[in-house]
Write a new protein. Structure first.
Length: 451
């Protein structure tokens, strides 16, 4: 009689590039105390992160992976290797091999036994060999703008294969976020790749983990309406995945935050356009019959997720150069502060009208609900706000033209109106993103171990 494999615990210590770097310690402590098979997951990619990583790699061929890798991983690497906690992460971004080599170097610096590090590849379609494939996939959206990045959202199979082959650490580039948890589940439980219901359950476990402390109450918090205790010491989530694909979501004991039916439901529906058909490279998940129930303090069980056959295509995000974005800010305070800010905006519009549309915001008066056209500013009745931050922005194909905005905002110091201060300007390359679909068989994923 075959025994049921033990629970697999997957703890998440990052939900995006730039997340807190001290999150992993308490998660690893909790995994080690609980015992049993465990994985530490770092999710550090967003839609634009890969394009920014490609730009970094243009400047330095050894760069292009997660810039906070050292700070996130170094404090816990020894404990993970000693305690058998395997690490799965999309740290690699535009340079997975570079990330793997850096992890090797960290292990050497810490005088640790050399870990077995696998690199998953196949997602990067930005090379010349993929240009014809991309043009066909983009169709009418194809143009001659400079390509910055093109990456397919790979699934979990190559991650699972690497773990089965004995990897201590798996580094990927662009994979679907939940696949970072699905891969370990496939390897641990031995599911077939068409066991749709179980894979759908593990996919939604990964989906609950993928944004880090969001499910622990971080992005949920709204004081007086949705209160969350200990927000400054949030506990990052841990999923206990069972052999049927169900999971219990919790967090390290004694940590801040909250995990309950409400936080889990908010994250469960995050970025889900159709609860009956949540598309991923691994499965089409159906949440319409899902059950969310509290089973203890800061412990919530998710079950009854159904799955359907995975799509025949993979999503590809294509990023291209989109000119230069110039921004400038200046503050006006005291009597008639709002009127002076509006006068400054009018001066800038007239000075820069030849360059195209100028976005104007009066932060503190109207900005979040404004629009790029500026009609709201003309229609806004005079006000008496005495603490106003003027922000202006301009997008232009030519860097020198965009840079004019930064000089004009700075010139307001002496060119008026009165009392402006705290000028801050920035200029950065702008990117546009367009998605397309490519046949799965045209984007084979693979893994190999770094020597």
């Amino acid at each position: 009689m075959t025994s049921t494999p033990p629970l697999l615990r997957v703890g998440c210590a990052a939900g995006f590039s730039g997340d807190r770097t001290d999150a992993a310690g308490p998660v690893v402590d909790a995994l080690l105390v609980a015992g049993g098979p465990a994985v530490l997951m770092f999710e550090t990619l967003a839609e634009r992160t890969l394009a920014l990583a490609q730009l970094a790699r243009r400047q330095d061929a050894s760069a292009g992976y997660e810039p906070l890798l050292d700070e996130m991983l170094r404090p816990v690497l020894a404990r993970c290797l000693a305690g058998g906690v395997r690490i799965v992460s999309n740290f690699g971004a535009a340079n997975p091999r570079g990330a793997a080599l850096r992890i090797q170097a960290i292990a050497r610096e810490l005088k640790l036994p050399a870990p077995r590090i696998a690199v998953v590849s196949g997602d990067d379609l930005s090379g010349d060999e993929s240009s014809a494939l991309l043009r066909r996939a983009l169709g009418s959206a194809a143009d001659d703008r400079v390509l910055v990045s093109a990456n397919a959202y790979l699934g979990a199979e190559a991650i699972a294969d690497a773990l089965r082959a004995g990897a201590d650490i798996v580094v990927t580039g662009r994979v679907a976020d939940p696949s970072l948890a699905v891969g370990p589940a496939l390897a641990h439980f031995g599911w077939a790749v068409d066991d749709w219901d179980r894979i759908a359950g593990a996919t939604m476990a990964g989906h609950l983990l993928e944004c880090g402390a969001q499910v622990s109450g971080g992005y949920y918090a709204d004081p007086g309406f949705k209160d969350v205790p200990g927000l400054a010491r949030l506990g990052y989530p841990i999923a206990e995945i069972d052999a049927d694909g169900g999971c219990v979501i919790g967090k390290p004991p004694g940590s801040g935050g909250r995990i309950d039916e409400h936080t889990v439901k908010e994250q469960l529906l995050y970025e889900v356009h159709d609860p009956a058909a949540y598309l991923t490279p691994d499965v089409v998940a159906d949440l319409t019959q899902a059950r969310v129930e509290e089973v203890g303090p800061d412990r919530v069980r998710l079950s009854r997720v159904r799955g359907h056959a995975r799509p025949a295509t993979l999503k590809v995000n294509v990023c291209r150069e989109q000119g230069w974005l110039a921004e400038g800010e200046i503050s006006y305070a005291g009597p008639r502060g709002q009127a002076r800010a509006r006068l400054a905006a009018d001066v800038l519009r007239k000075r820069l009208e030849a360059l195209g549309l100028l976005r104007v915001d009066l932060i503190g008066v109207a900005s979040v609900f404004a629009d790029d056209g500026g009609r709201w500013l003309d229609a806004l009745p005079p006000g008496d706000a005495q603490d106003v931050r003027l922000r202006v922005a301009l997008n232009h194909a030519e860097r020198a033209s965009a840079e004019r905005l930064t000089r004009e905002v700075t010139a307001l110091y002496t060119c008026g109106p009165a009392g402006g201060g705290g000028v801050r300007t920035s200029l950065r390359q702008r990117l546009s993103t367009v998605p397309c679909l490519i046949a799965r068989e045209a984007v084979p994923a693979r893994f190999d171990f770094v020597a």
